[in-house]
Design a binder for this molecule. Structure first.
Ligand SMILES: [Zn+2]
Length: 75
């Protein structure tokens, strides 16, 4: 069996829990938590973010990258 060992924690969207409607690109401290060590955007299946917020999150991360708040590539 090729079952990947992923931590089985409850999947709750952090933004839904916090009742956050819009994700600000200036809030890069929160955005950095949703990027991998390779500076990639963490997929929904791993972060547990809902589809609606993942779309907003991805856009916010891309904006933050453009504003040089987040890296495009790892250091
Ligand atoms: Zn959500």
């Amino acid at each position: 069996m090729a079952t990947q060992t992923t931590p089985q924690r409850e999947k709750f969207c952090d933004f839904c829990v916090g009742a956050i409607k819009s994700i600000d690109y200036k809030n890069f401290q929160t955005l950095v938590r949703f990027t991998s060590s390779y500076a990639k955007i963490v997929p929904r299946r791993r972060s547990g973010v809902c589809a609606k917020h993942q779309r907003k999150l991805a856009q916010a991360i891309k904006r933050a990258r453009f504003m040089a708040l987040l890296p495009y590539i790892p250091k």
